[in-house]
Design a protein around this ligand. Structure first.
Ligand code: HEC
Length: 153
């Protein structure tokens, strides 16, 4: 009996690891392309696949981002590590890729439904971040402002 249990749990382990890493080349063929197996937690779900980010800060873009921040985000996000309604932004660009952040802020509902890290924050914050109706340029500028806040020069 014991042996059977060991075998079963070994199978389960194998299965769970396999599911997490599998990127089946056939994912697109089912027509949806959005099933949980094809979800990439580093990139998130949304239109941004490959954001080009230069190592040094684009100061003009960052200051545009700061303007959007004060209008649309500052009521819920602080620039420190401290939580307000949502998580503080200090270090956010180190926790997530540019693609993840830009997909999250332009496709918030879908990301909250799919993404384990976003869901973990939802459990802590108890508020669902509302969709912010950002343009692609707004999203990119906000990311640049977050980089500035994370000391990119
Ligand atoms: C009404 C409050 C509210 C507003 C306004 C808001 N957020 Fe959020 N945000 C949240 C909450 C709450 C979370 C945590 C996830 C959740 O519970 O939905 C979050 C999470 C995030 C995250 C993920 C951060 C992490 O550490 O997990 C990013 C990035 C983010 N918001 C960016 C923005 C941007 C950019 C704006 C402005 C355009 C904005 N938010 C406006 C409440 C808000």
């Amino acid at each position: 009996m014991k042996q059977i249990l060991v075998v079963i749990s070994a199978c389960l382990l194998l299965l769970s690891c396999g599911a997490g890493n599998s990127k089946s080349p056939n994912d697109a063929s089912n027509g949806t392309g959005t099933n949980s197996l094809s979800y990439d937690p580093n990139r998130g779900e949304g239109k941004f696949k490959n954001v080009s980010v230069s190592p040094s800060l684009d100061t003009a873009m960052a200051s545009n981002g700061e303007k959007v921040f004060s209008v649309k985000c500052s009521s819920c996000h602080k620039l420190t590590e401290e939580k307000l309604v949502g998580p503080g932004w200090k270090g956010v660009t180190k926790r997530f890729s540019a693609e993840w952040i830009m997909n999250f802020i332009t496709n918030t509902d879908e990301m909250l439904n799919k993404d384990p890290k976003a869901q973990a924050q939802l459990e802590i914050c108890l508020v669902r971040m509302p969709n912010q109706n950002l343009s692609d340029d707004d999203a990119r500028a906000l990311y640049e402002f977050q980089r500035k806040n994370d000391d990119v020069k």
